[in-house]
Design a protein around this ligand. Structure first.
Ligand SMILES: *[C@@H]1O[C@H](CO)[C@@H](O)[C@H](O)[C@H]1NC(C)=O
Ligand SMILES: *[C@@H]1O[C@H](CO)[C@@H](O)[C@H](O)[C@H]1NC(C)=O
Ligand SMILES: *[C@@H]1O[C@H](CO)[C@@H](O)[C@H](O)[C@H]1NC(C)=O
Ligand SMILES: *[C@@H]1O[C@H](CO)[C@@H](O)[C@H](O)[C@H]1NC(C)=O
Ligand SMILES: *[C@@H]1O[C@H](CO)[C@@H](O)[C@H](O)[C@H]1NC(C)=O
Ligand SMILES: *[C@@H]1O[C@H](CO)[C@@H](O)[C@H](O)[C@H]1NC(C)=O
Length: 409
């Protein structure tokens, strides 16, 4: 069978460059494990210096975690699904990201973590595309996280992220649907030059820590024309946690999110892991409906990191819980710390925000030793059941606003 398909491909010159997972033995029947075939296809593609690994339609490819090498396109055809195994043995244990010192479930613990289903480390020129689906089958992972973290498949170890690409440049992710992630969904770590366009991420609204896109210690990133309906932060920028984040020291810079639609989720977010700093982030033309929070910026004592140059422009919200939430007190009552570990927010512009029926309009909460500086509201029209929940330690201004929080002059 293998030889036959190879021969056929040899004749049909156009498929020569493809590493079709079926040629490597994948069944695509939704219940046979295709892990070996999938890993072999990606390895062969890597050895060849790059090419396209194809998940042909129709097919449901049940697989454990695999690595993508440089110059590889992962192509999932329209009626094909890459289905994440729920057997923890299919996820190798690997070192955590040094800037968290642990997995996202146990940051700072130093423990090994489950490798993400779709994974790369130090690879560049990666594309993930096609009109197909990556489904993480998150439900057993959410259940053990909720009820018994020592139980299988969690086994007391940080849950796998669905996609984690680490350390590389020139990454493009387009057209696919990604759903049911065990934890964070699309985690972009220490990358530069990233373009995410026309993707859909769908996790249940109560799936724990099931973020949408996490831009983490990355530079020159554009995420556009995508739809998010998730369990935690929908679009989020981070840069490592506490001592680990500051020591690694890669800030996230020049990140743009535009023309995106957000349904369930915890907001369009910066933080709370801000430790290496975050600069020049724009959220533009964002429509939010039924989201728990709208604009959400969060850090806390101990994190450190300067967040500067954040723009939220042309954002509309309908039925959002807290519409503008900015805090340096995310976990409150933490003890005051030294200047290095004190987070700072500076130069934040919210321009052209229209928010109807918010639960709470504004919750703004700086620290006595770190006032939120330069928070400017321009053309802001917020209607809420309760206009203001908190307004402490903020320095800013309002121009053409239907309401201005009272601690801003
Ligand atoms: C990827 O392709 C580029 C040319 O486009 C080449 O220079 C580079 O060596 C390739 N990388 C790998 C790891 O094969
Ligand atoms: C993927 O690469 C990592 C190293 O970055 C390695 O530890 C892991 O075992 C690899 N996983 C697979 C499935 O080959
Ligand atoms: C992070 O990115 C930098 C710059 O591209 C690179 O030199 C470094 O090796 C990367 N480190 C990790 C752990 O990804
Ligand atoms: C967006 O992705 C869908 C498949 O998910 C595809 O059908 C559509 O053509 C893509 N749109 C654009 C503008 O590329
Ligand atoms: C910011 O990132 C975009 C890619 O999203 C890139 O086109 C642009 O040149 C970058 N800007 C700067 C100042 O580097
Ligand atoms: C504001 O955002 C909406 C929704 O994305 C878009 O339709 C509209 O064109 C944007 N307005 C401007 C002035 O860019």
């Amino acid at each position: 069978m293998h030889q036959f398909v190879w021969f056929f491909c040899f004749l049909a010159a156009f498929c020569k460059a493809d590493f079709n997972v079926k040629v490597y033995g994948a069944k695509g029947d939704g219940h046979t494990k295709d892990t070996d075939a999938v890993r072999k296809a990606f390895e062969a593609c890597g050895r060849a210096g790059g090419g396209t690994v194809l998940f042909p339609q129709p097919g449901i490819y049940l697989t454990g975690a695999f690595n993508i090498s440089s110059n590889t396109t992962m192509m999932i055809e329209e009626n094909a699904t890459v289905l994440g195994s729920v057997d923890s043995k299919d996820y190798p244990l690997i070192q955590p990201l040094p800037w968290y010192g642990g997995g996202s479930d146990y940051q700072g613990s130093g423990d090994l973590i489950y490798q993400s289903l779709v994974h790369s480390w130090g690879a560049s020129f990666i594309r993930i595309t096609g009109s197909g689906i990556i489904d993480g089958q998150g439900s057993p992972w959410w259940n053990c996280w909720r009820h018994d973290r020592k139980a299988s498949p969690c086994n007391g170890i940080s849950r796998p992220h669905l996609i984690n690409l680490i350390g590389g440049d020139n990454v493009q992710i387009s057209d696919i649907t990604i759903r049911n992630s065990p934890s964070w969904t699309l985690h972009l770590s220490n990358l530069s030059n990233v373009h995410v366009v026309n993707i859909t991420i769908k996790n249940p609204s109560d799936a724990p820590n099931a973020d949408g896109v996490d831009v983490d210690c990355s530079r020159d990133v554009l995420v556009e024309a995508s739809t998010l309906d998730v369990g935690d932060d929908a679009l989020c920028v981070k840069s490592g946690k506490d001592w680990f984040g500051r020591t690694f020291g890669y800030p996230s810079t020049n990140v743009t999110f535009r023309n995106n639609v957000v349904y369930h989720g915890h907001g369009v977010t910066i933080g709370s892991e801000t430790s290496a700093g975050v600069r020049d982030v724009t959220f533009e033309n964002i429509v939010m409906e039924g989201t728990a929070n709208g604009i959400r910026m969060k850090s806390e004592r101990g994190r450190g990191g300067l967040v500067r140059g954040v723009v939220y422009r042309n954002v509309s919200m309908k039925g959002v819980g807290t519409c503008v939430f900015v805090t340096l007190n995310y976990h409150s009552d933490l003890p005051k710390t030294n200047a290095t570990a004190t987070p700072r927010f500076d130069d934040i512009l919210v321009e052209g925000l229209v928010a109807k029926d918010c639960g709470v309009g504004f919750s703004l909460d700086g620290l006595p030793e770190s006032v939120i500086e330069g928070l400017k509201f321009v053309n802001v029209d917020v209607k809420a059941k309760k206009m203001m929940e908190k307004c402490d330690h903020v320095d800013g201004s309002c121009t053409h606003c239907s309401y201005c929080p009272p601690c801003i002059h």
